[in-house]
Ligand binder design. Sequence first.
Ligand code: ADP
Length: 228
Amino acid sequence: MNEPPALQLEAVERRYIQGESTLEILAGASLSVWPGESVALIAPSGAGKSTLLHIAGLLEHPDKGEVSICERATTTLPDSERTAIRRADIGFIYQFHHLLPEFTALENVMLPQMIQGTSRGEARARATDLLAFLGLAQRLEHRPAELSGGEQQRVAIARAVANAPRVLLADEPTGNLDPQTADLVFETLTKLVQATELAAVIATHNLALAGRMTRRVTLQEGKVVELA
Ligand code: ADP
């Protein structure tokens, strides 16, 4: 591939000290993800998936190694710049949607844009387009409690990409949904990744869904290993 990766982890190390013992969670983990790629991260509970996603998303510092977003090395940047990169270039989706209950679907997708300085009109137009792309054109004025689990999660996806990030990180995004709904949400997510040339890393236990992604990786002894 000629273009550079949107996300690059190089020899990342992360350990937690617990009393007398040290837990080596990441021990030279490297991963590059290019625009338009969706990478499934499949590993048992406790293997370090969330740690890897937090480090990739600049929420946590690695003990050693480098994390680059769109070719910009981040580990030595001040926190204010890391936060700016995170807000502009990185979107997060969690297992639970964490939508704001008192706001409509449309407002939940408008808010992060307005926080970034987008005008109300522009934010509304983009939120409307995104929600329509995700099949929610008829749900714009619904509050989270008035939406199904799958619809809530699709609003959370729209919110995650509201500011047009380059990197999308998802931690078990369909873990809380029934298989059929998980399938639909996943379908919309991968469609969005391709259409918007996102570089996505999606932690999942669902092997069927992982099989439909561009690549699959796991964590072994703190390193990222490619799967078939
Ligand atoms: P996964 O997402 O694959 O389930 P995590 O990245 O959440 O794994 O955690 C990996 C390991 O690191 C676990 O054994 C967990 O207990 C440990 N861990 C995670 N965060 C901390 C922390 N802040 N302090 C100590 N240990 C932690």
